[in-house]
Design a binder for this molecule. Structure first.
Ligand code: SAM
Length: 191
């Protein structure tokens, strides 16, 4: 974390991860990309926890694996080259925290982007399988072609969640130019 609190969306996500995650917990990185979030999750869940990481691109899985190996964290992470909409085929535990980073792979092929339908299906799978007080974080990048549509669809979906069941928070930088990414954070409440 850099010296200011409100620097950028990824720092806000890291802050939430830091507050929530404890040793032994189950975490999901639904879009591993270059592995930065996967590493943050892996560092905090210890050897008794587990991180499931998904991406549809082999390159992203390889980049993430390299980063984990460099940091000696590969033992607690299962990387899966498949769409996050299929995540329940691989996970049969309740989930404590999950993160989606929408958009394209930085330094990769910018035409391969997250899409509203699979993103929302993946989010539904997570929300159905979150532990009580579990958290879903969505970092929304939307400056690219297709990004605005996904942002709108995702927000529309989250607005429909029953407020007795879920608290949905949006953290946005409303005085910044060029569509800065923002954070959506959903907590599953006791029911
Ligand atoms: C913004 S990047 C993720 C950045 C990553 N969190 C990091 O720290 O580097 C978005 C990633 O989502 C992946 N992606 C796109 N559609 C997907 C899907 N349906 N399931 C899983 N991953 C997907 C892309 O391949 C890309 O690597």
């Amino acid at each position: 974390m850099s010296k200011k609190y409100l620097t950028k969306a990824t720092d806000l996500a890291k802050y939430i991860i830091d507050k929530k995650l404890k040793e032994g917990m189950i975490a999901v990185d639904a879009t591993v990309g270059n592995g930065n979030d996967t590493l943050e999750l892996a560092k905090r869940i210890g050897t008794s926890g587990k991180v499931f990481g998904f991406d549809i691109q082999k390159l992203a899985i390889e980049n993430t694996k390299d980063l984990l190996v460099k940091n000696n964290m590969e033992d607690r992470v299962q990387l899966i080259c498949d769409s996050h909409e299929n995540l329940l085929q691989y996970i049969d535990q309740k989930i404590d925290i999950a993160i989606f980073n929408l958009g394209y792979l930085p330094k990769g092929d910018h035409s391969i982007i997250t899409k509203p339908e699979s993103t929302i299906k993946g989010m539904e799978c997570i929300l159905d399988n979150l532990n009580e007080k579990g958290i879903l974080i969505v970092v929304v990048y939307y400056g690219h072609v297709g990004g605005q549509e996904e942002k709108e669809e995702v927000e529309k979906y989250l607005e429909t969640l029953n407020q007795k069941r879920f608290t949905v928070l949006k953290m946005d930088f409303i005085n910044q130019k060029n569509n800065p990414p923002f954070v959506l954070c959903i907590e599953k409440d006791n029911f």
